[in-house]
Design a binder for this molecule. Structure first.
Ligand SMILES: [Zn+2]
Ligand SMILES: [Zn+2]
Length: 377
């Protein structure tokens, strides 16, 4: 059995075998620390390749090296603990190997090499920070307040969704370029300075609110088109093929849909003269919001569900049953679905199952990548 296969079997083993003292938790933690440490060492070694320029300020704060040092130490400790406790040594062994390789490569003393001043970088640091921040927030929340209590972190197909997370974080530069293209075209073709001056004069919070309202309107129709135009649906069906809902599930989206969606929502954002800081805040909100609405959380959030999209609202969008087809397209404001007749929120009910009827979408990132281009049979 390949090492990857052994690792996933070990991570996915039944809950009874994962109790404290079995070495599972320490092994998983060690593996996370090992992967984080090794990725950070690579990011430090090859800043031109793996580091996102927008994150340079974080690298320059000087906290990254001490952080890396602590991560590697924790990795060592947990890996040894797991090796002592567990019967199958694959988690602890792999984690230890990763930590050792990271340390041999220089650990937290890694010197920055500028031998590779390439202009194309991969956002490895972006992926790590992303998964760490979002994961550390949602994994405990989903554990304490689960909608489906039998669903663990390593539920079926989790590796696929993690791979989606990795790919879209790594392609952040390419995606940003594609996203900006339509906006750059519009600003060079039309003089919008009259509107831009008025927008710039608005208070910061109002700007963020307007960005949300405007992008969600664009997103609503984009999303609805991807459901109703058959060849567009084949791209979007990939997102709907997820059979489990949690913070990771939202990452599953065809790369072409991501590029088009961002291009469409960026258009009002970057042409109307919003404060770049307001745009940054909005992007941060969207990151957490999209994890939240997919999360395996049982919160009904009754007080806000009339005004804001909640997990139950978006879970209905992913429902497999008939009543859930083509409803709840909004991402922030359910008002759009009320206005355009697609609102569906049966009192206190959640969908029975998630996914696409008939399961037409194949498994695996690359199979899903080519799926929309294949002739349907
Ligand atoms: Zn959809
Ligand atoms: Zn979704």
């Amino acid at each position: 059995m390949s090492i990857i296969k052994r690792l996933t079997t070990e991570l996915e083993k039944p809950r009874e075998q994962r109790a404290l003292g079995t070495g599972w938790l320490s092994g998983g933690g060690a593996l996370l620390a090992g992967l984080t440490g090794l990725s950070l060492v690579l990011a430090l070694k090859l800043p031109g390749t793996f580091v996102t320029p927008d994150l340079m300020p974080i690298h320059e704060t000087g906290y990254l090296r001490p952080f890396l040092h602590v991560v590697l130490l924790i990795g060592y400790g947990l890996a040894l603990l797991s090796l002592l406790l567990s019967k199958d040594k694959v988690l602890g062994g792999t984690a230890l190997a990763l930590v050792v390789v990271a340390s041999l490569l220089g650990g937290s003393q890694t010197s920055v090499s500028d031998a590779n001043p390439t202009s194309l970088y991969f956002g490895l640091d972006f992926f790590i920070l992303n998964v760490l921040f979002v994961g550390f927030l949602f994994v405990p929340l989903e554990r304490f307040f689960p909608h489906r209590a039998d669903q663990g972190v390593f539920r079926p197909e989790w590796q696929e969704d993690m791979f989606y997370y990795l790919i879209s974080s790594m392609l952040v530069q390419v995606l940003t370029f594609l996203t900006m293209a339509p906006s750059n075209f519009v600003t060079s073709a039309i003089d919008l300075s009259a509107i831009q001056n008025q927008v710039m004069a608005l208070p910061f919070v109002v700007q963020v609110m307007i960005i949300m309202v405007v992008t969600d309107f664009a997103q609503y129709w984009f999303h609805r088109a991807f459901h109703q135009v058959p060849w567009l649906w084949k791209f979007h069906a990939v997102h709907h093929s997820a059979k489990s809902m949690d913070w990771l599930a939202g990452a599953r989206m065809h790369i072409i849909e991501i590029a088009l969606l961002r291009g469409v929502t960026a258009l009002p954002m970057f042409t109307l003269g919003f404060d770049p800081a307001a745009i940054q805040v909005y992007i941060l909100i969207v990151y957490f919001y999209s994890s939240l609405v997919h999360a395996n959380l049982r919160w009904d959030l009754k007080a806000v569900e009339k005004f804001l999209v909640t997990p139950r609202f978006h879970h209905w969008h992913h429902g497999k049953e008939k009543e859930a087809i083509d409803v709840n397209f909004a991402i922030h404001f359910p008002l759009y679905d009320r206005l355009f007749g697609t609102h569906h929120m049966p009192e206190g009910k959640w969908p029975e199952a998630y996914g696409v009827g008939g399961d037409p979408v194949p498994l695996g990132y690359w199979q899903q990548f080519v799926y929309p281009f294949r002739k349907s049979d």
